[in-house]
Write a protein of this length. Sequence first.
Length: 192
Amino acid sequence: MKSTRQRGSRLSPVQVWEDLMAGAWRGQTLAAAVELDLFTQVAEGHITAQKIAAAAGTSEPGTRRLLDALAGIGYLKKARQTYRLTPVAAEFLVRGKPFFMGSAATVGKMLAGAWANLAGVVREGRPLRTGMSEAEIQSFFAQLVPAIFTASFTAASATVKSLPPAVRRRVRRILDVGAGSAAWSIPFAQAI
């Protein structure tokens, strides 16, 4: 948790602002850019708002504002009137890359409404009734699994690397109950 104290004993509202306001708009900004495939357009060499908008089929003024917001939150670098991907955007937000996290944008948007009802769920003491059909639930999980793969795979890979070689050599079999995408199993299997 971020500290709310600054310069002695004075409190700052920055943490509250970040969590209540900026966090919400940052996530929606990123989700919109992924949905419109703007990072992929930049990766393909469209580096001005005009060219990105033309390639994405979006309005130039709206695209420029969204690109500027993405630069402001650290996913793009802007120099003069051109945009470049930051390393994290190039690795995780370009469609077709091995660790593309586009599904996370879709899942985040799907969950936003449910999280907006948290106070009511707590007030009533009952789980949220989504009214989702079985097909909608299956669709949600089909998108959730790839959405969480990259973060889980990265954590699992780091865990495997942190084990001493002698411990890794003793691993012969892996049982991954509820494996989903096998994000935790794959790094262990690769180390065997």
